[in-house]
Design a protein around this ligand. Structure first.
Ligand code: ATP
Length: 816
């Protein structure tokens, strides 16, 4: 900042804004409380205010309208209470730090310039005309993120506003005190960013609102593309930008977009908690968060035991010696491919002509409706009707058939016997139901009887003795009806759930042989390992289990046949760690959320699962998902998480890594420590942990390759007195501050002050397929990275320039 006068002015202004804030809050507080009481009061008196009188139709109408009116009053009060509450809370959030930025902007053609102060929420002066603080999401605030002093412009709904920015300033205000002021020139807030990034990691992600970078702002404010793909290096702020983007959309479209219309797909359940505080910190409600696995479990979990992606990756990492390993890995890759998706499309088309498998409906050991009958009926429908619609027609037919069969069944011997010997205890429920039904029917019957009697009396007819109903017979008939109905219930339910289609059988048919596969899928070539893939898949299906790589294709095929499920409410879908989803999963998400725009954030450099999809490259299938014209790809090359030294070390492991630009925050180089394995290693790690804690690092992760290694490491550390090292596995509810022992694949998306790679030896990370896992593990570190190995180092380390790291103990193993 230029001089002391400026500092003085800024302090004065801050004091002024704070005073106005305090005054406004003091004004709003009693109103909020008052409204709260009023609403509670109305709710309490709700029934007192309405006249409940239903004796005549006018009375009924009056009652109806009086209830409606009370409801409307209550709803209005609650709405204004919500608005006031929100306004008050926004102001309270401003209190500790009313703004973080300022731009002075002179609009073209105007003589004066106006200072625009930017904060997490807007705050207007008494006259409600001049803004003391602008919300960071307002159009004018984008000047702050997108431009440096000089010619500048911003977009508004009415068009672009051009002019000149004469000043850009940043503030650090804590607890209402002005701590520092920076005048920014080239990039936004390098100084401020330095300070922010220098802090320790938290077990929760933080908002980056004060220091959003220009390219991140493009991600946040893109509201034109149907599909926004963000390919960004590790630590480039993809997740941060995604959360800011959600907050931006909720602000910009606040009159029509609600938080529950945005869904975030997270890499694992732990991650949900990790990001859950950002939106509330920005004054917005949280969006819906889920994982793809949750979705699969919901739809397939009742029919199959599903493998999850973590078991799949454990297999990939640990079973390399298994005889079926190669085929399984080839299967994983193939089952995630576009080729397989097209094959399933072809298969579904064929099933429209022939081959749909049905499961006959059996009842008490008899076949009521056979699979052949169903097939005959199904293929008898007009073939031009779409497959799912024909399935619906068949379903209707089956329900009608069942109703007829049910009526017939009431006369069956077994039903008569059951009715006679009905054990009321055993059939308590059905008996109660029976009684209810009986009473209802009896009521109707009595009424009908009375009517007939009255009618006869009026018309002077004789009593019709022969029609008098035999109540005992009737009770028995009702009993039989109820018993049969009860027995048919599961049949009806399973027809409603389309259980008459043998999906497992149909999916299984694909895995009978290579030639069968080609025949069913319009000549698709299967991978070379198909025979073994068939064996593995069929074995799983027979046990009512599904590999992770089969779950989405299975669901995909199922929906081609029975029709797609859609959620038309959701408007935005965010997919984080998007490289870990298959093309299938994307095609599926697109169908599932037909009215949503999609934002995919990921890093192909961290693609650790077999089903990975390239995101931004020319060949990326994602470009075609909504068509290239509706797709925007943004690349984030600057990496903020790690120190310059750690980023230099990690980026050198990746082909094309030189494109990653580390943020210039210095720190010690990564340290390579050669130790013995077992106890000696645990002792050394325990000592290093103590040193890191002494240095003030609050979150430290010992990162392993597999779950078994993590468990062993935890035990060894506990034996060395570090019982506080907590094991994180896929069932852990949350990441916590402190010391964690965690497999790399569960550390995706999160970060730690210090990362200790438990075993960076060549046994652990040698295969090309493990490179990205190793890279992912190392890039979790913010300030310190230490690697341990007992024997030779992983080839990924050996290939690095020694200038990129320090070594403790002896020199590292032979170089390649
Ligand atoms: N503009 C920014 N201002 C301040 N901090 C930032 C900014 N951008 C990113 N960061 C910080 O950098 C770190 C990494 O961000 P984030 O986790 O969003 O990156 P990512 O791209 O999702 O990483 P990964 O792919 O490795 O999971 C976080 O600590 C985040 O707060």
């Amino acid at each position: 900042m230029s001089n002391a006068t400026d500092w003085g002015r800024e302090r004065e202004r801050l004091t002024l804004v704070e005073a106005k804030l305090a005054a406004k809050i003091a004004e709003l507080d009693p109103q909020v409380d008052g409204l709260h009481e009023q609403a509670a009061d109305i709710r309490k008196r709700f029934w007192e205010e309405v006249t409940v009188n239903t004796s005549t139709s006018e009375d009924y109408e009056e009652t109806f309208f009086s209830i409606r009116q009370q409801e409307a009053v209550l709803a209005e009060r609650e709405r204004s209470q919500r608005l006031l509450l929100r306004q008050r809370n926004n102001l309270r959030r401003l209190q500790a730090s009313p703004y973080f930025g300022r731009v002075d902007f002179r609009e073209a053609g105007e003589s004066g310039e106006e200072p625009v102060y930017i904060g997490v929420s807007s705050f207007a002066d008494e006259d409600a005309m001049s803004f003391l603080v602008y919300d960071w999401r307002t159009p004018v605030a984008s000047l702050y993120y997108d431009h440096v002093p000089g010619p500048a412009s911003y977009d508004t709904p009415g068009g672009t506003v051009g002019g000149t920015m004469t000043l850009k300033r940043q503030y650090r205000i804590q607890d209402g005190e002005l701590r520092s002021v920076f005048d920014a020139s080239v990039t936004i807030g390098d100084e401020l960013l330095q300070q922010v990034l220098g802090h320790g990691a938290d077990n929760r992600m933080k908002s980056i609102v004060a220091t959003i970078q220009r390219e991140q702002n493009a991600v946040i404010r893109d509201d034109r593309s149907r599909m926004l793909i963000v390919q960004g290096a590790a630590g480039s702020g993809k997740t941060s930008a995604a959360l800011q983007r959600a907050a931006y959309l909720l602000y910009k479209y606040r009159d029509r977009l609600k938080a529950d219309q945005i869904v975030l797909f997270s890499p694992n359940p732990l991650f949900n908690g990790y990001v859950s505080t950002v939106l509330p910190e920005l004054g917005e409600e949280n969006m819906q968060q889920t994982t793809f696995q949750d979705y699969l479990d919901y739809w397939l979990g009742k029919s199959f035991r599903l493998e999850d992606p973590f078991d799949q990756i454990e297999y990939a990492l640990t079973q390399t010696e298994a005889p079926d390993y190669g085929a399984r890995m080839a299967g994983m890759a193939y089952k995630a491919s576009e080729a397989y998706r097209l094959a399933l499309d072809a298969y579904a088309a064929r099933l429209g002509e022939e081959g749909l498998r049905f499961a006959g409906i059996r009842f008490m050991g008899r076949e009521l409706i056979s699979a052949e009958d169903m097939a005959a009926r199904f293929y008898g429908f007009d073939r031009s009707i779409r497959l799912p619609n024909r399935v619906a027609l068949l379903q209707e037919w089956l329900l009608r058939e069942l109703a007829a069969l049910e009526r017939k069944e009431r006369k069956a011997q077994w039903a008569q016997e059951k009715a006679q010997y009905l054990d009321r205890g055993q059939y308590a429920e059905s008996y109660d139901e029976l009684l209810q039904e009986y009473r209802r029917d009896e009521g109707i019957f009595m009424f009908a009887e009375q009517y007939v009697e009255a009618d006869d009396a009026i018309h002077n007819r004789r009593e019709r003795v022969e029609d008098v109903f035999d109540l005992a017979d009737r009770e028995e008939a009702l009993l039989r009806k109820t018993i049969v109905k009860e027995r048919f219930k599961p049949l009806r339910r399973s027809v409603k759930r389309l259980k008459f289609l043998d999906f497992a059988g149909m999916y299984g048919r694909l895995f009978e042989s290579g030639s069968a596969y080609a025949e069913l899928t319009n000549g698709t070539d299967a991978p070379a390992e198909w025979a073994e893939i068939c064996r593995q898949t069929a074995e799983k299906l027979n046990r009512r289990e599904l590999f992770y790589e089969d779950a989405t294709p299975y669901l995909y095929l199922k929906e081609l046949i029975e029709g797609v499920r859609t959620n038309t409410q959701v408007r935005h879908v965010f997919v984080d760690e998007g490289q870990d989803y298959s093309v299938f999963q994307y095609a599926y998400l697109r169908k599932l959320f037909p009215h949503a725009r999609m934002t995919v954030l990921g890093d192909f450099g961290q693609a650790i699962f077999a089903q990975a999809t390239e995101l931004g490259g020319a060949e990326s299938p994602l470009l075609r998902l909504y068509g290239e014209a509706d797709t925007n790809v943004i690349r984030l090359a600057r990496s903020y998480r790690s120190t310059r030294e750690i980023a230099a070390f990690t980026r050198a492991m990746l082909a094309g890594g030189e494109e990653i630009v580390p943020f210039d925050r210095p720190g010690p180089k990564p340290l390579l420590v050669r130790t013995e394995s077992g106890d000696a290693r645990a002792k050394r790690i325990a000592a290093d942990l103590a040193a890191l804690t002494a240095e003030g690092f609050g979150s430290v992760a010992v990162v392993t390759k597999t779950a078994a290694e993590a468990e062993a490491a935890r035990r060894a550390l506990a034996a060395c007195g570090r019982e506080d090292a907590r094991l994180i596995d896929k069932a852990s509810p949350s990441y916590e501050k402190g010391i964690m022992v965690i497999p790399a694949y569960l550390a995706k998306g999160v970060e730690f002050d210090a990362v200790l790679i438990h075993d960076a030896g060549e046994e652990a990370y040698a295969q090309e397929s493990e490179r990205k896992l190793f890279y992912t593990a190392c890039t979790r570190a913010m300030h310190r990275l230490t690697l341990y190995a007992a024997g030779a180092w992983s080839p990924f380390v050996r290939a690095l320039d020694p200038a990129l790291y320090e070594t403790a103990a002896e020199p590292i193993g032979p170089r390649e």
